[in-house]
Design a protein around this ligand. Structure first.
Ligand code: GLN
Length: 447
Protein backbone atom coordinates (compact mmCIF):
# COMPACT_ATOMS: atom_id res chain seq x y z
CA UNK A 1 0.00 0.00 0.00
CA UNK A 2 2.83 2.39 0.84
CA UNK A 3 4.58 1.62 -2.45
CA UNK A 4 1.30 2.30 -4.25
CA UNK A 5 1.09 5.59 -2.39
CA UNK A 6 4.64 6.38 -3.55
CA UNK A 7 3.52 5.75 -7.15
CA UNK A 8 0.58 8.04 -6.60
CA UNK A 9 2.19 11.11 -4.98
CA UNK A 10 5.97 10.87 -5.15
CA UNK A 11 6.05 12.71 -8.50
CA UNK A 12 4.63 15.77 -6.72
CA UNK A 13 6.31 15.42 -3.32
CA UNK A 14 9.74 14.00 -4.24
CA UNK A 15 10.60 13.01 -0.70
CA UNK A 16 12.95 10.19 -1.72
CA UNK A 17 16.38 10.03 -3.29
CA UNK A 18 16.36 6.24 -3.47
CA UNK A 19 13.39 3.85 -3.26
CA UNK A 20 14.47 0.25 -2.66
CA UNK A 21 11.24 -1.12 -4.07
CA UNK A 22 12.26 -4.72 -4.84
CA UNK A 23 13.97 -5.24 -1.49
CA UNK A 24 10.99 -3.68 0.30
CA UNK A 25 8.48 -5.92 -1.48
CA UNK A 26 10.55 -9.04 -0.86
CA UNK A 27 10.88 -8.13 2.80
CA UNK A 28 7.16 -7.48 3.13
CA UNK A 29 6.33 -10.81 1.47
CA UNK A 30 8.64 -12.64 3.86
CA UNK A 31 6.88 -11.05 6.83
CA UNK A 32 3.48 -11.97 5.34
CA UNK A 33 4.57 -15.58 5.05
CA UNK A 34 5.84 -15.57 8.60
CA UNK A 35 2.47 -14.33 9.81
CA UNK A 36 0.69 -16.95 7.66
CA UNK A 37 2.81 -19.65 9.31
CA UNK A 38 1.63 -18.34 12.66
CA UNK A 39 5.11 -17.26 13.71
CA UNK A 40 5.58 -14.45 16.15
CA UNK A 41 6.79 -11.16 14.72
CA UNK A 42 8.71 -8.30 16.30
CA UNK A 43 7.01 -5.04 17.22
CA UNK A 44 8.16 -3.05 14.17
CA UNK A 45 8.41 -6.06 11.86
CA UNK A 46 7.08 -5.36 8.37
CA UNK A 47 6.20 -1.74 9.12
CA UNK A 48 7.51 0.43 6.28
CA UNK A 49 9.72 3.41 7.03
CA UNK A 50 12.41 5.57 5.50
CA UNK A 51 15.88 6.75 6.43
CA UNK A 52 17.45 10.15 5.82
CA UNK A 53 20.14 9.86 3.21
CA UNK A 54 22.95 10.98 5.53
CA UNK A 55 22.59 7.80 7.62
CA UNK A 56 24.71 4.93 6.32
CA UNK A 57 22.92 1.88 4.93
CA UNK A 58 25.02 -1.10 3.91
CA UNK A 59 24.73 -1.76 0.18
CA UNK A 60 22.31 1.14 -0.37
CA UNK A 61 23.55 4.48 -1.70
CA UNK A 62 24.03 7.17 0.94
CA UNK A 63 24.54 10.46 -0.88
CA UNK A 64 23.91 13.18 1.72
CA UNK A 65 22.18 14.83 -1.26
CA UNK A 66 25.65 15.80 -2.45
CA UNK A 67 27.18 15.22 -5.85
CA UNK A 68 30.45 14.38 -4.15
CA UNK A 69 28.83 11.24 -2.66
CA UNK A 70 26.43 10.56 -5.55
CA UNK A 71 27.73 7.01 -6.00
CA UNK A 72 28.80 6.27 -2.41
CA UNK A 73 27.58 2.88 -1.17
CA UNK A 74 28.54 2.37 2.50
CA UNK A 75 30.08 -0.96 3.46
CA UNK A 76 28.33 -0.85 6.85
CA UNK A 77 25.08 0.11 8.56
CA UNK A 78 24.78 2.98 11.03
CA UNK A 79 24.08 1.74 14.57
CA UNK A 80 20.50 3.03 14.39
CA UNK A 81 19.96 1.08 11.16
CA UNK A 82 21.38 -2.06 12.78
CA UNK A 83 19.12 -1.60 15.78
CA UNK A 84 16.07 -1.15 13.57
CA UNK A 85 17.09 -4.16 11.46
CA UNK A 86 16.86 -6.36 14.53
CA UNK A 87 13.11 -5.65 14.38
CA UNK A 88 12.93 -6.33 10.63
CA UNK A 89 10.90 -3.31 9.54
CA UNK A 90 10.52 -2.74 5.80
CA UNK A 91 12.97 -0.05 4.73
CA UNK A 92 11.53 1.78 1.73
CA UNK A 93 14.55 3.87 0.89
CA UNK A 94 16.51 7.00 1.56
CA UNK A 95 15.00 10.45 1.92
CA UNK A 96 16.05 13.81 0.55
CA UNK A 97 17.83 16.50 2.58
CA UNK A 98 19.77 19.71 2.24
CA UNK A 99 23.28 18.77 1.10
CA UNK A 100 25.14 17.41 4.14
CA UNK A 101 22.14 18.54 6.26
CA UNK A 102 23.10 22.19 5.76
CA UNK A 103 19.90 24.12 5.35
CA UNK A 104 16.33 24.48 6.49
CA UNK A 105 14.25 23.92 3.36
CA UNK A 106 15.65 20.88 1.49
CA UNK A 107 16.27 23.26 -1.42
CA UNK A 108 20.02 22.73 -0.95
CA UNK A 109 19.75 19.12 -2.16
CA UNK A 110 22.04 18.71 -5.16
CA UNK A 111 19.41 16.51 -6.85
CA UNK A 112 15.96 18.08 -6.47
CA UNK A 113 13.89 19.95 -3.90
CA UNK A 114 11.18 18.18 -1.89
CA UNK A 115 7.69 19.66 -1.86
CA UNK A 116 5.46 20.12 1.18
CA UNK A 117 2.54 17.64 0.92
CA UNK A 118 0.17 20.26 2.39
CA UNK A 119 0.95 22.68 -0.44
CA UNK A 120 3.41 21.53 -3.05
CA UNK A 121 4.43 25.13 -3.83
CA UNK A 122 5.96 25.28 -0.36
CA UNK A 123 9.13 23.86 1.18
CA UNK A 124 8.83 20.92 3.59
CA UNK A 125 11.42 22.50 5.90
CA UNK A 126 14.80 20.94 6.39
CA UNK A 127 17.21 19.57 6.44
CA UNK A 128 15.21 16.35 7.06
CA UNK A 129 12.53 17.60 4.65
CA UNK A 130 12.33 14.30 2.77
CA UNK A 131 11.67 12.30 5.95
CA UNK A 132 9.02 14.73 7.21
CA UNK A 133 7.31 14.99 3.81
CA UNK A 134 7.27 11.19 3.41
CA UNK A 135 5.55 10.68 6.77
CA UNK A 136 3.10 13.52 6.08
CA UNK A 137 2.30 12.22 2.58
CA UNK A 138 1.80 8.64 3.78
CA UNK A 139 4.75 7.40 1.72
CA UNK A 140 6.41 6.15 4.93
CA UNK A 141 4.89 5.17 8.26
CA UNK A 142 7.95 6.29 10.22
CA UNK A 143 11.25 7.92 9.33
CA UNK A 144 14.62 8.80 10.79
CA UNK A 145 16.03 12.29 10.58
CA UNK A 146 19.04 14.09 11.99
CA UNK A 147 19.03 17.38 13.86
CA UNK A 148 22.05 19.66 14.20
CA UNK A 149 20.18 22.93 14.61
CA UNK A 150 16.53 22.01 14.08
CA UNK A 151 16.55 19.65 11.12
CA UNK A 152 14.07 17.23 12.70
CA UNK A 153 11.82 19.65 14.58
CA UNK A 154 11.40 22.37 11.97
CA UNK A 155 10.43 20.07 9.04
CA UNK A 156 8.13 18.15 11.41
CA UNK A 157 6.49 21.47 12.22
CA UNK A 158 6.22 22.51 8.54
CA UNK A 159 4.72 19.12 7.56
CA UNK A 160 2.35 18.64 10.51
CA UNK A 161 4.05 15.55 11.95
CA UNK A 162 5.89 14.70 15.19
CA UNK A 163 9.68 15.04 15.30
CA UNK A 164 12.03 14.57 18.22
CA UNK A 165 15.65 15.53 18.71
CA UNK A 166 16.79 13.41 21.65
CA UNK A 167 19.39 14.56 24.19
CA UNK A 168 22.88 14.76 22.68
CA UNK A 169 24.34 11.27 23.21
CA UNK A 170 21.01 9.48 23.78
CA UNK A 171 21.21 7.96 20.29
CA UNK A 172 24.41 6.73 18.66
CA UNK A 173 25.81 8.84 15.83
CA UNK A 174 27.90 5.99 14.46
CA UNK A 175 27.20 5.90 10.73
CA UNK A 176 25.60 9.33 10.62
CA UNK A 177 27.66 11.34 8.14
CA UNK A 178 29.10 14.10 10.31
CA UNK A 179 28.03 17.71 9.83
CA UNK A 180 28.77 19.32 13.22
CA UNK A 181 29.71 16.50 15.56
CA UNK A 182 29.06 18.30 18.86
CA UNK A 183 25.51 19.16 17.76
CA UNK A 184 24.34 16.29 15.50
CA UNK A 185 21.74 13.86 16.82
CA UNK A 186 19.51 11.27 15.13
CA UNK A 187 15.82 11.08 16.01
CA UNK A 188 12.38 9.86 14.90
CA UNK A 189 9.87 11.60 12.63
CA UNK A 190 6.44 10.00 13.00
CA UNK A 191 2.72 10.50 12.60
CA UNK A 192 2.10 10.72 16.33
CA UNK A 193 3.73 10.68 19.76
CA UNK A 194 3.08 6.96 20.30
CA UNK A 195 5.12 6.06 17.22
CA UNK A 196 7.82 8.50 18.34
CA UNK A 197 8.12 6.70 21.70
CA UNK A 198 8.24 3.32 19.99
CA UNK A 199 10.99 4.30 17.54
CA UNK A 200 13.00 6.00 20.30
CA UNK A 201 12.79 2.80 22.35
CA UNK A 202 14.53 0.97 19.52
CA UNK A 203 17.26 3.46 18.59
CA UNK A 204 18.29 4.88 22.00
CA UNK A 205 21.21 3.69 24.08
CA UNK A 206 24.94 3.55 24.60
CA UNK A 207 27.03 2.37 21.67
CA UNK A 208 30.69 1.58 22.01
CA UNK A 209 31.19 2.78 18.43
CA UNK A 210 30.22 6.33 19.50
CA UNK A 211 32.21 7.54 22.50
CA UNK A 212 29.83 10.48 22.96
CA UNK A 213 26.82 8.21 23.41
CA UNK A 214 25.60 8.24 26.99
CA UNK A 215 25.87 5.21 29.23
CA UNK A 216 22.56 5.47 31.02
CA UNK A 217 19.63 3.09 31.25
CA UNK A 218 17.10 3.54 28.45
CA UNK A 219 13.63 3.68 29.97
CA UNK A 220 10.62 2.21 28.19
CA UNK A 221 9.34 5.42 26.58
CA UNK A 222 5.90 3.93 25.98
CA UNK A 223 5.40 4.08 29.76
CA UNK A 224 5.32 7.87 29.33
CA UNK A 225 2.31 7.66 27.02
CA UNK A 226 0.02 8.86 29.78
CA UNK A 227 -2.33 11.81 29.74
CA UNK A 228 -1.33 13.64 32.84
CA UNK A 229 0.27 17.04 33.24
CA UNK A 230 -1.17 17.87 36.64
CA UNK A 231 1.28 19.86 38.71
CA UNK A 232 3.79 20.03 35.90
CA UNK A 233 5.52 23.39 35.52
CA UNK A 234 5.76 24.83 32.00
CA UNK A 235 8.08 27.75 31.28
CA UNK A 236 7.25 30.18 28.49
CA UNK A 237 10.45 31.98 27.50
CA UNK A 238 9.63 35.60 26.80
CA UNK A 239 12.54 35.91 24.34
CA UNK A 240 10.78 33.63 21.85
CA UNK A 241 7.55 35.56 21.66
CA UNK A 242 8.98 38.68 20.07
CA UNK A 243 8.70 40.56 16.82
CA UNK A 244 9.58 38.51 13.78
CA UNK A 245 7.36 35.72 15.06
CA UNK A 246 4.34 35.05 12.84
CA UNK A 247 1.30 36.06 14.96
CA UNK A 248 -0.66 32.99 13.80
CA UNK A 249 2.16 30.71 14.99
CA UNK A 250 2.41 32.53 18.28
CA UNK A 251 -1.38 32.36 18.71
CA UNK A 252 -1.56 28.63 18.04
CA UNK A 253 1.30 27.80 20.44
CA UNK A 254 -0.15 29.99 23.18
CA UNK A 255 -3.57 28.38 22.71
CA UNK A 256 -1.95 24.94 23.04
CA UNK A 257 -0.24 26.01 26.26
CA UNK A 258 -3.61 27.27 27.57
CA UNK A 259 -5.02 23.82 26.91
CA UNK A 260 -2.21 22.20 28.89
CA UNK A 261 -2.92 24.70 31.65
CA UNK A 262 -6.59 23.70 31.62
CA UNK A 263 -5.43 20.10 32.02
CA UNK A 264 -3.63 20.97 35.24
CA UNK A 265 -0.19 22.27 34.27
CA UNK A 266 1.15 25.45 35.80
CA UNK A 267 2.48 28.04 33.36
CA UNK A 268 5.12 30.62 34.28
CA UNK A 269 7.01 33.15 32.20
CA UNK A 270 10.74 32.58 32.19
CA UNK A 271 13.72 34.31 30.64
CA UNK A 272 16.53 32.80 28.58
CA UNK A 273 18.50 36.04 28.19
CA UNK A 274 21.20 34.76 25.82
CA UNK A 275 18.73 33.47 23.21
CA UNK A 276 19.54 36.41 20.93
CA UNK A 277 23.13 35.23 20.56
CA UNK A 278 22.31 31.61 19.76
CA UNK A 279 22.10 32.06 15.97
CA UNK A 280 25.47 33.82 15.70
CA UNK A 281 27.02 31.26 18.02
CA UNK A 282 25.59 28.31 16.10
CA UNK A 283 26.63 29.74 12.74
CA UNK A 284 30.25 29.88 13.94
CA UNK A 285 30.41 26.53 15.73
CA UNK A 286 28.49 24.47 13.15
CA UNK A 287 30.51 25.73 10.14
CA UNK A 288 33.78 25.36 12.09
CA UNK A 289 33.02 21.72 12.81
CA UNK A 290 31.69 21.23 9.28
CA UNK A 291 34.86 22.66 7.73
CA UNK A 292 36.85 20.10 9.71
CA UNK A 293 34.50 17.18 9.06
CA UNK A 294 34.19 17.85 5.35
CA UNK A 295 37.96 18.00 4.84
CA UNK A 296 37.70 14.26 4.18
CA UNK A 297 36.02 14.88 0.81
CA UNK A 298 39.28 15.45 -0.98
CA UNK A 299 38.87 13.19 -3.99
CA UNK A 300 41.05 10.53 -2.36
CA UNK A 301 39.21 8.63 0.36
CA UNK A 302 35.55 9.04 -0.57
CA UNK A 303 33.32 9.80 -3.47
CA UNK A 304 33.92 11.63 -6.69
CA UNK A 305 37.26 12.78 -8.07
CA UNK A 306 37.75 15.51 -10.68
CA UNK A 307 39.44 14.51 -13.94
CA UNK A 308 42.32 16.22 -15.66
CA UNK A 309 44.24 17.56 -12.70
CA UNK A 310 47.95 18.21 -13.13
CA UNK A 311 48.85 17.42 -9.51
CA UNK A 312 47.41 16.47 -6.14
CA UNK A 313 46.53 19.98 -4.99
CA UNK A 314 44.78 20.75 -8.26
CA UNK A 315 42.91 17.45 -8.06
CA UNK A 316 41.62 18.27 -4.56
CA UNK A 317 40.73 21.84 -5.50
CA UNK A 318 38.91 20.81 -8.65
CA UNK A 319 37.09 17.98 -6.88
CA UNK A 320 35.78 20.21 -4.11
CA UNK A 321 34.94 23.06 -6.51
CA UNK A 322 33.02 20.83 -8.88
CA UNK A 323 31.23 18.46 -6.52
CA UNK A 324 30.26 20.52 -3.47
CA UNK A 325 27.26 22.88 -3.55
CA UNK A 326 27.20 26.62 -2.85
CA UNK A 327 25.89 26.44 0.72
CA UNK A 328 28.38 23.74 1.69
CA UNK A 329 31.24 25.80 0.27
CA UNK A 330 29.99 28.89 2.08
CA UNK A 331 30.05 27.05 5.40
CA UNK A 332 33.47 25.52 4.80
CA UNK A 333 34.81 29.00 4.16
CA UNK A 334 33.10 30.55 7.19
CA UNK A 335 34.31 27.67 9.35
CA UNK A 336 37.90 27.78 8.18
CA UNK A 337 37.93 31.54 8.60
CA UNK A 338 36.65 31.30 12.17
CA UNK A 339 39.24 28.65 13.00
CA UNK A 340 42.23 30.33 11.39
CA UNK A 341 45.14 31.80 13.36
CA UNK A 342 44.36 35.34 14.38
CA UNK A 343 40.59 34.88 14.22
CA UNK A 344 40.21 31.76 16.36
CA UNK A 345 40.05 33.64 19.67
CA UNK A 346 37.75 36.35 18.36
CA UNK A 347 35.24 34.02 16.71
CA UNK A 348 35.45 30.33 17.52
CA UNK A 349 36.62 30.62 21.13
CA UNK A 350 34.15 33.44 21.80
CA UNK A 351 31.37 31.30 20.33
CA UNK A 352 32.27 28.45 22.69
CA UNK A 353 31.98 30.81 25.64
CA UNK A 354 28.58 32.07 24.53
CA UNK A 355 27.50 28.46 24.00
CA UNK A 356 28.20 27.92 27.68
CA UNK A 357 26.08 30.96 28.58
CA UNK A 358 23.18 29.65 26.48
CA UNK A 359 23.42 26.33 28.31
CA UNK A 360 23.52 28.07 31.69
CA UNK A 361 20.29 29.91 30.83
CA UNK A 362 18.59 26.52 30.48
CA UNK A 363 20.23 25.11 33.64
CA UNK A 364 18.82 28.05 35.57
CA UNK A 365 15.36 27.80 33.99
CA UNK A 366 15.14 24.06 34.67
CA UNK A 367 15.63 24.67 38.39
CA UNK A 368 12.22 26.30 38.23
CA UNK A 369 10.27 24.46 35.49
CA UNK A 370 9.89 20.91 34.13
CA UNK A 371 9.60 21.79 30.43
CA UNK A 372 9.91 24.87 28.26
CA UNK A 373 7.45 25.50 25.43
CA UNK A 374 7.89 27.74 22.39
CA UNK A 375 7.22 27.52 18.64
CA UNK A 376 9.35 25.10 16.57
CA UNK A 377 9.78 27.74 13.88
CA UNK A 378 8.96 31.44 13.59
CA UNK A 379 6.67 30.84 10.59
CA UNK A 380 4.80 28.16 8.69
CA UNK A 381 6.26 26.61 5.52
CA UNK A 382 7.14 29.28 2.96
CA UNK A 383 7.22 29.15 -0.84
CA UNK A 384 9.97 27.26 -2.63
CA UNK A 385 12.51 29.82 -3.87
CA UNK A 386 11.33 32.55 -1.50
CA UNK A 387 14.39 32.67 0.75
CA UNK A 388 17.02 30.61 -1.01
CA UNK A 389 18.95 33.63 -2.32
CA UNK A 390 19.25 35.16 1.13
CA UNK A 391 21.35 32.89 3.38
CA UNK A 392 21.20 35.27 6.32
CA UNK A 393 17.40 35.28 6.30
CA UNK A 394 17.51 31.47 6.14
CA UNK A 395 19.81 31.34 9.17
CA UNK A 396 17.47 33.59 11.17
CA UNK A 397 14.68 31.05 10.62
CA UNK A 398 16.54 28.71 12.98
CA UNK A 399 16.12 30.99 16.01
CA UNK A 400 13.70 28.64 17.82
CA UNK A 401 15.63 25.42 17.31
CA UNK A 402 19.39 26.02 17.51
CA UNK A 403 19.63 27.11 21.17
CA UNK A 404 18.87 23.66 22.50
CA UNK A 405 21.36 21.94 20.19
CA UNK A 406 24.00 24.24 21.67
CA UNK A 407 22.90 23.04 25.12
CA UNK A 408 22.55 19.36 24.10
CA UNK A 409 18.94 19.22 25.32
CA UNK A 410 16.02 17.19 23.93
CA UNK A 411 13.15 18.81 22.06
CA UNK A 412 10.02 17.59 20.33
CA UNK A 413 7.76 19.30 17.81
CA UNK A 414 4.09 18.37 17.86
CA UNK A 415 1.39 19.74 15.55
CA UNK A 416 -0.75 22.38 17.30
CA UNK A 417 -2.98 23.75 14.57
CA UNK A 418 -2.99 25.46 11.19
CA UNK A 419 -2.80 28.98 9.87
CA UNK A 420 -5.56 30.48 7.72
CA UNK A 421 -4.11 28.79 4.61
CA UNK A 422 -4.29 25.36 6.28
CA UNK A 423 -0.53 25.12 6.75
CA UNK A 424 0.53 23.23 9.88
CA UNK A 425 2.05 24.87 12.96
CA UNK A 426 4.34 23.07 15.41
CA UNK A 427 4.73 23.52 19.15
CA UNK A 428 8.19 22.76 20.52
CA UNK A 429 8.60 21.22 23.95
CA UNK A 430 12.12 21.38 25.41
CA UNK A 431 13.21 19.20 28.31
CA UNK A 432 16.05 18.59 30.74
CA UNK A 433 18.93 16.44 29.55
CA UNK A 434 17.84 12.78 29.30
CA UNK A 435 14.26 13.66 30.22
CA UNK A 436 12.63 12.57 26.96
CA UNK A 437 10.01 10.88 29.15
CA UNK A 438 8.49 14.17 30.27
CA UNK A 439 8.54 15.49 26.69
CA UNK A 440 6.62 12.44 25.55
CA UNK A 441 4.14 12.76 28.41
CA UNK A 442 3.40 16.44 27.71
CA UNK A 443 3.24 15.90 23.94
CA UNK A 444 0.98 12.88 24.33
CA UNK A 445 -1.35 14.69 26.72
CA UNK A 446 -1.68 17.59 24.31
CA UNK A 447 -2.07 15.40 21.22
N1 GLN B 1 19.09 24.89 9.42
C1 GLN B 1 20.20 24.58 10.23
C2 GLN B 1 21.46 24.62 9.41
O1 GLN B 1 21.36 24.94 8.28
C3 GLN B 1 20.03 23.25 10.90
C4 GLN B 1 20.36 22.11 10.03
C5 GLN B 1 20.36 20.79 10.78
O2 GLN B 1 19.85 20.67 11.88
N2 GLN B 1 21.01 19.81 10.17
O3 GLN B 1 22.52 24.36 9.86
Amino acid sequence: AVLARIDEVEGDVQAYLTVTRDEALAQAKAVDEKIARGEEIAFLEGIPGAIKDNICTKGVKTTCASRILQKFVPPYDATVVQKLAAQNPVVLGKTNLDEFAMGGSTENSAFHPTHNPWNTDCVPGGSSGGSAAAVAAGTAVWALGSDTGGSIRQPASFCGVVGMKPTYGRVSRYGLVAYASSLDQIGPITKDVTDCANILNIIAGRDEMDSTSIDSVVPDYTKSLVQDVKGLKIGLPKEYFVKGMDPEVEGAVKAAVKQLEALGAEVVEISLPNTDYAISTYYLIAPAEAATNLARYDGVSYGERAEDAADLVEMMTKTRSQYLGEEVKRRIMIGNYALSAGYYDAYYLKALKVRRLVKEDYDKAFKEVDVIICPAAPSVAYKIGEKIDNPLEMYLQDACTVPLNLAGLPGISVPCGYNKDKMPIGMQIIGKALDEETLIRVAYTYE
